[in-house]
Design a protein around this ligand. Structure first.
Ligand code: C5P
Length: 295
């Protein structure tokens, strides 16, 4: 069996409306998410036991890593007796809201399905169930292309073509400061401000439907994220840089998910280099900056 190498894309939340807290402590949301043509690569080789190596030594490779958790969940669910050695080429920064860990976990499930062979492989419904248990952001990576998330993120549907065609292929510039934001902290800030920070569910759906129906509206008009308010209140560097990029280049952007990565949409014909220079001047060499396309 040839060792499978699986691409694990990063994602951007183009639209994120957190609508309220649930009895299980998670939040309900309505979100439009698209994967990028930029991401990690995960290689899986048959081996004794379970091991993970990573080319970035700041990435934890023990039981906390979602790749390891995914392999454990796969073995529990299928009873597959095999072992695997993963090698992760890490390109997506952590604590960014770009879904890196979640995407790696789904790549691990896909690689294991291949490595274990048809006798042990998880069928799509089981794959979805295992992915949802691993993290709210995992199921979206099972689909590919722009999707709508509902529930805590586990209810995934393809975005209607009327909207998807305005998203696919758009260029973006993604940038993250040297610090990350922990997802539980960001949601916790909404809890602390409740109900002020939530978007009512009906309004969240109405805004999305209005954008889908207005076929002349570019993706710039869809962008929203109500996790920005608490994040921007504490981490002023984020709104200051987004504001500067908008003023100087006329571009529209947002924070992705719970941050701290932000992005701007690049209109056709606008080179990324001058924006990259502004990001570097503001946030220095420790910042992550990446041009990519929405898929
Ligand atoms: O599902 P995941 O492990 O990514 O969630 C991390 C944390 O983010 C949760 O423990 C919770 O605090 C918060 N969260 C939430 N509602 C969601 C997704 C995440 O409250 N829909």
């Amino acid at each position: 069996m040839e060792a499978p190498v699986v691409f694990a894309p990063a994602k951007l939340n183009l639209y994120l409306a957190v609508t309220g807290r649930r009895a299980d402590g998670f939040h309900d949301l309505v979100s439009v998410v698209a994967p990028l043509d930029f991401g990690d690569r995960l290689r899986a080789e048959a081996a004794a036991g379970l091991a993970l190596r990573c080319d970035d030594d700041t990435v934890p490779t023990g039981g906390d890593n979602l790749v390891v958790k995914a392999a454990q969940a796969f073995a529990r669910k299928t009873g597959w007796p095999g072992g695997v050695r993963f090698t992760l080429e890490k390109r997506i920064p952590m604590g960014a809201g770009l879904g890196g860990g979640s995407s790696d976990a789904v790549a691990a499930l896909r690689a294991l399905n291949h490595l274990a062979g048809p006798r042990w492989a998880l069928a799509e419904p089981d794959l979805h169930e295992v992915a949802a248990e691993l993290g709210s952001d995992c199921p979206l990576f099972l689909i590919g292309g722009p999707v709508v998330l509902r529930g805590r993120g586990e209810r995934v549907t393809r975005l209607a073509e009327a909207g998807a065609c305005r998203i696919r292929g758009r260029r973006v510039l993604v940038f993250k400061p040297g610090f990350g934001i922990a997802t539980p902290w960001a949601y916790g800030q909404l809890v602390a401000r409740a109900p002020a920070g939530y978007v009512p569910a009906a309004e969240a759906e109405r805004r999305l439907t209005a954008w889908l129906e207005d076929e002349g509206a570019p993706v710039e008009r869809l962008l929203a994220n109500n996790l920005e308010a608490p994040a921007f209140a504490k981490f002023l560097a984020l709104p200051v840089l987004l504001g500067e990029l908008q003023r100087r280049f006329g571009v529209t952007g947002r924070m992705s998910g719970s941050g701290s990565a932000c992005y701007v949409l690049l209109p056709d014909g606008l080179a990324a280099d001058p924006l990259v220079a502004v990001v570097r001047a503001a946030w220095g060499e420790s910042a992550f900056v990446q041009e990519a396309r929405l898929e």
